[in-house]
Write a protein of this length. Structure first.
Length: 528
């Protein structure tokens, strides 16, 4: 009974710090304290006494957030061993979250996926805090400059492990969502499209969509600012070979354009990833530029602090060498802003006052706050329209090419048909082509041999004289020889009855006075 009472007392003492951690970033008992093991044990008991799997997963993330604040405090004091201890406890807390997500089961599948989405939102908020802590610590380390290169690498390794650990939780959450979707399909018979639409509605309801959208917009804006800043620095810096830098910068711009396309499609998680990759490439360019700068450059010239005041908020951006950080404050009091910059960066008050610049802008409406996304969407639509036009043009060119090929085939077929037609032409067309001859040339007329069909047509359509007496008009000073024609049996019979012997054997020709005409004799047949 006494042990149960002690346990309840411990839970009452430890419950408040865990839930109050969201409002207060004070790390409390840190890993360098002899009471730290007791603090960790209390957190473990609190987890054991939480039986609902959804609540246990969320509590694990709350404890992980407390461990993150402890790690940050130890890094600021250069206590690397204590940092390592805090990182290990952070990992253990996330392991509890992974286990709870895996075992999460509800009778109502829709309620189950709602719980999973709530855990997912909390995880992504934790990821964002890790990222900000990482940026702040890098800037602070650069300012203090009292760490060896090995110590800096060690701190960077610890911070990278924090990100890897949240990645493992993310994978388990995605797997759980997939399994729950299958359950919903089996229970309700809904299609995958209907289930996805339902899940998206829940994500909007739980605030996950808005969180992702805002985070994506901020990341795109950061990447865009970095790219523009680098372009200015490239003009100012005397770089001997800009080829590599320009290539990296083009890759950064391509990633940014891709993020804008994804944003227009409503894929905010993927948008953030592409924009983050763009920013990373831009930072690599910035590092290369820093190496190109003269070594005699003063340290003050490498530190830039910009404060943009809009409405009742202030956005602070600090750049030191190739490291930078960005945070927002819900105040416009310049003294408070400067004090916070000193606290976060480790710069002295005098150093901040010498480099800080304040810029006030008009407060943006809700529509204006999403202006980046709207502009991005318009650019994307324009790009998609251009792509469609190019695709249409390519299709037209392909169609024209096919048409040209078909036309060539038709022409070849026509040429083939024409060559075949030549053999089927009338004898006069086939053997008596019309040519323009020189006046001093002698023209010979080849004999024509009519076919059986033509003979029949000749009987009915032509007079005997037209059938056997071709008339030629030779050119002046030309000697024309008329070849003899040999009538067929039918023509002979017709000729016998319709023509006189003289008309049958004496074709009439009109000759030029200066032309000598030779008339070939005809040999009468037996019937004639």
């Amino acid at each position: 009974m006494k042990s149960i009472t002690i346990l309840l007392c411990i839970l009452l003492v430890t419950a408040a710090p865990v839930f109050a951690q969201e409002a207060d970033v004070d790390p409390g008992i840190t890993p360098d304290s002899f009471l730290y093991r007791l603090d960790v044990a209390m957190d473990q008991i609190s987890l054991l006494m939480t039986f609902d799997k959804s609540a246990k997963a969320k509590k694990g993330l709350e404890i992980a957030e407390e461990r993150l604040s402890e790690i940050k405090a130890m890094a600021q004091e250069n206590k690397l061993e204590a940092m390592e201890k805090g990182q290990k406890e952070h990992s253990k807390a996330l392991e509890k979250t992974i286990s709870a997500v895996k075992d999460l089961e509800k009778d109502d599948s829709t309620e189950e996926i709602e719980d999973v989405i709530e855990i997912e939102k909390k995880l992504e908020e934790h990821e964002a805090k890790i990222e900000k802590v990482k940026d702040e610590l890098k800037v602070r380390i650069k300012v203090k400059g009292d760490l060896t290169e090995e110590q800096e690498k060690r701190i960077d390794s610890i911070l990278s492990r924090l990100e890897n650990q949240t990645g493992r939780v993310k994978i388990e959450i995605d797997n759980k969502k997939g399994r729950t979707k299958i359950k919903i399909k089996v229970e309700t018979g809904k299609t995958e499209v209907e289930i996805e639409s339902e899940v998206e509605d829940i994500e909007r309801k739980k605030g996950l969509t808005d969180f992702r959208k805002k985070r994506a917009e901020e990341q795109m804006e950061d990447a865009r600012e970095d790219i523009e800043d680098i372009k200015e620095k490239m003009l100012e810096t005397n770089v001997t070979d800009k080829t590599a830098l320009e290539q990296l910068l083009r890759e950064a711009e391509a990633k940014l354009e891709r993020s804008e396309s994804l944003y227009a499609e409503g894929k905010y998680g993927a948008t953030f990833g592409q924009a983050k990759a763009s920013e990373s490439l831009a930072k690599n360019v910035k590092k290369l530029l820093e190496k190109e700068k003269e070594t005699s450059e003063d340290e003050e010239d490498k530190t830039v602090v910009k404060v943009e005041i809009r409405g009742d908020q202030a956005t602070v951006k600090v750049e030191i060498d190739d490291e930078d950080m960005k945070f927002t404050m819900d105040t416009t009091n310049k003294a408070e802003i400067v004090s916070e910059i000193v606290t976060r960066t480790g710069l002295t008050l005098e150093e901040v006052e010498n480099v800080v610049t304040f810029k006030e802008k008009e407060e943006r409406s809700r529509a204006q706050r999403f202006e980046i996304g709207n502009k991005s969407e318009k650019r994307v639509k324009k790009t998609l329209l251009e792509a469609e036009e190019e695709e249409t043009l390519e299709e037209e060119e392909t169609e024209e090419s096919k048409t040209a090929e078909e036309t060539e085939d038709v022409e070849r077929e026509e040429e083939k048909d024409e060559s075949e037609t030549k053999t089927e032409e009338t004898p006069e067309e086939a053997v008596n082509p019309t040519t323009t001859t020189d006046p001093n040339t002698t023209t010979a007329t080849a004999p024509t041999t009519p076919t059986a069909e033509e003979k029949s047509e000749t009987k009915t359509e032509e007079t005997p004289e037209e059938a056997v007496k071709p008339t030629t008009t030779p050119a002046p000073n030309t000697t024309t020889a008329t070849a003899p024609t040999t009538p067929t049996a039918e023509e002979k019979s017709e000729t016998k009855t319709e023509e006189t012997p003289e008309e049958a054997v004496k074709p009439t020709t009109t000759t030029d006075p200066n032309t000598t005409t030779a008339t070939a004799p005809t040999t009468p047949t037996a019937e004639e």
